[in-house]
Design a protein around this ligand. Sequence first.
Ligand code: FCB
Length: 493
Amino acid sequence: MSSPRSFPRDFVFGAATAAYQIEGAAFEDGRTASIWDEFARVPGAVINADNGDVACDHYHRYREDVALMRELGLESYRFSTSWSRVRPDAGAVNPAGIDFYSRLVDELLEAGIMPWLTLYHWDMPQALQERGGWTVRESADLFTEYALSVHDALGDRVTNWATLNEPWCSSFLSHIAGAHAPGHQDAGEGLLAAHHLLLGHGQVVRELRARDESLNLGITLNLTVADPVDPHAEGDRNAARKLDGQFNRWFLDPVFRGVYPADILADIRTEEPLALKRLEAAVHEGDLAVISTPINTLGVNYYQGEFVSGTAPAVPPIELEAPTDRAIRAPWPAPADIHPHERGLARTGQGWEVQPEGLTRVLTRVWEEYAKPTNTVLYVTENGAAYDDEVAIEDGQQRVHDVERTAFLRSHLGAVLDAAEAGVDVRGYFYWSLMDNYEWAWGYRKRFGIVHVDYDTQQRTLKDSAMEYHRIIRNRTLSIPTYTGVPLYLHTH
Ligand code: FCB
C-alpha cells in the first residue's frame, strides 16, 4: 500500500479482555467458583493445569492497566463482568464484587475511555452449573436478574452493553466438543445451552431497553467465512453450507429473524434426532420473539476463515484446539461430512490461519443480510493473534518486536477499512487482547496481547504492536508501514 488511508471520523479504536482471563482474585471479596475455576481443575483439561486464580492480577492492578490504556490512546475498553463476583453462586448481590466494576468504570471515564461492557464471557457460577447450567431454562432467568443488578450499579455510567460473548463457544464448543467448561459432549445439551443463552440474551435486551431507551444494546458473535475446497463439487459446497449454518446462521438467524435455520434443523433431524427432540421440547412459544428483540449493535469477533470439503484430506489438518489430554469431539450438532483442509495460508503461533480478506467478507455479508435490514450497526469486538513473543533487553529496557502481530493488526484494520469503504456501517475495532492473558484450554501458553505480561512479576511491557496501534489511533490513518524498518518507540518504560 502506498498512500495512507483514513478511518471514518467517529470510528472507535479499542482493545478487549474478559473477566476470567485477566482478573485473578478468584476467591476474594466474596467471589465464588465459576465453571472455569472448576474446569481448570479437571485433570488434563487445560495445558499445564493453568487456572485463573491470579491471571494478570487485574483486580488489584486495574488502575495501572487503565493508565496503560490511556497511554496507548485507547478510546474504548471492552471488558466483561464476572457473574460469580457480582452474584456469587447465582445468589444475592455481592456489594464488594459490583464495587470493583464501579471503580473500574470510574477510572475509565476519568481517563476518557468509553466502557464497553459484556455481561457474559463464559463464566457461569459453578453452583448454577450443578443445577444444570445453560441446559436448564432457569439459567436464562437468573442471567437476566444478574444483568439487571449490574445495570442497577453501572447504568448511570455505562452506555454500551453486550449480553453474551460468542454463544457458539459457550454452547457447542463447551457442551458438544467438550473443549471448554463445563466440558460435556452431548449434541442435545449443546442445542439446549445455545437456546437458553439466546433466550437470556433476548430477555436482557428487553429489560434493559424498558429501563433505558438510550442504551446501545447488542450481542457479540464469533463469525467466519466458510469456503468450499472445490466450489464445483456438491459435497464441498454442502460442507461449507453446514459449517456456515452451525457456526454463523444458528446464532444470526434467531437473533435477527426469530428462526433457527431450516436446513440445519433438517440435518440435525437426520444425524441427531433425539437431540432435536430435546430442543423442540425446550423451545416455548414466544421464545424466538424474545430472542429476536431488536438490538442496536452486533459485535463481530473474527479470527480466521474455514476451508472445508465433504471428504477427508489425505493428510490430517493441523489441530486447532489446545492439545490437552482430554479427547474432544467435533463441535457440531450435525457433524457429518465437514472436513477442514489445508490451503497454505500463513498461520499464527496458535495454528490459526491469517486471512484478513475474510474479515471484509464477514462484515459485508452480515451487513447486507442481517444488520442493514434491521438498522443494526457493526463493531469488530475481537480480532487478534497469538505469537511466541520473545522479550529482548535493549539499553536496559524490555522490548517485544512482534513483527507478525503488528502486520496482523495492520492487515485486519485494512480489511475493516475495505468493508467501510464498500458501504458497511462498521463503527469500531477492538483488538484482542489488551494484554497477554489466560487463553482458556491453552492456559498461559498463548499470548494475544499488544501488552506483554510477565506472569512472575506482573510487569507489563508495551510490544511493538502496541506502539503501532498507538500511532494508528493518534493519526486515525493506516499509513505506510513503519514497523518493517527500525521500530519507532513512543517512550521507554
Ligand atoms: C475468542 C474469545 C476470547 C479469546 C480469543 C482468542 O474466542 O472470545 O476470550 O480467547 O478467542
